[in-house]
Design a protein around this ligand. Structure first.
Ligand code: ZN
Length: 224
């Protein structure tokens, strides 16, 4: 899985990227922060997921034995194409090679325990298969990443429906901010947070995640 490659049918640049770090944003939609009882953050709330959690569309999320409450979080994902540190916000989108829809799967029960104890979220967010990722479109195909509808259906029933214009911190701000902490490298992925409506998945479910204009992401669910 470390060798997972991301096809980007972009003109120029690399056709594939080796997945780097997964930079994820928590509580980036006000209604989602509220549904989990969290305050709206005053600066982006960042955590990391391991690249080993990535799976492509058409595969299965595996619910680990340690969790009885694995939640879906549908998110717009940006692929970094050009390295940068302390990237100015006005230049941030120039560093994006492509966009895809992703799922930030979360063992909510494990995360709640971690929150209570002040422990990190790495376990709750980092299991194998916890980062399903759809196919990318080149960045040029998305004229405004803050003007996209975002949805998740389970077994044909709508569970999450939002709009990227409701992000508290838009993509350019997230890239600028994250790059003050980590040098962003080609192949890094930015998961930009989820709108409201998160909830559990169960064995046998079929998930279909979509962001307007991007290839849909379809995954199944099974237990290990
Ligand atoms: Zn998330």
């Amino acid at each position: 899985m470390e060798e997972y490659r991301i096809p980007v049918p972009a003109t120029g640049g690399k056709a594939t990227y080796r997945a780097g770090k997964l930079v994820c944003i928590g509580r980036n939609y006000a209604k989602h922060a509220a549904e989990l009882g969290n305050a709206v953050p005053t600066s982006p709330m960042i955590f990391l997921k391991p690249a080993s959690a990535l799976i492509p569309s058409g595969s299965d999320i595996v619910i680990p034995p340690a969790s009885a409450d694995v939640h879906h979080e549908v998110e717009l994902v940006c692929l970094i194409g050009t390295a940068g540190s302390h990237i100015p916000r006005e230049r941030a989108l120039d560093h994006v090679a492509g966009y895809a829809v992703g799922l930030d799967m979360t063992a909510r029960d494990i995360q709640l325990l971690a929150k209570e104890k002040g422990h990190p979220w790495s376990v709750a967010k980092g299991y194998d298969t916890f980062a399903p990722l759809g196919n990318f479109v080149p960045a040029e195909a998305v004229s405004n990443p803050q003007d996209l509808s975002i949805r998740l259906e389970i077994n044909g029933e709508e569970r999450q429906a939002g709009h990227t214009g409701d992000m508290i911190f838009p993509v350019d701000t997230l890239i600028a901010y994250a790059s003050t902490i980590f040098t962003l490298m080609p192949g890094d992925l930015l998961f930009t947070g989820t709108p409201e409506g998160v909830g559990p998945v169960r064995e046998g479910d079929r998930l279909c995640a979509t962001v307007e204009g991007l290839p849909p992401l379809e995954v199944g669910v099974r237990t290990s």
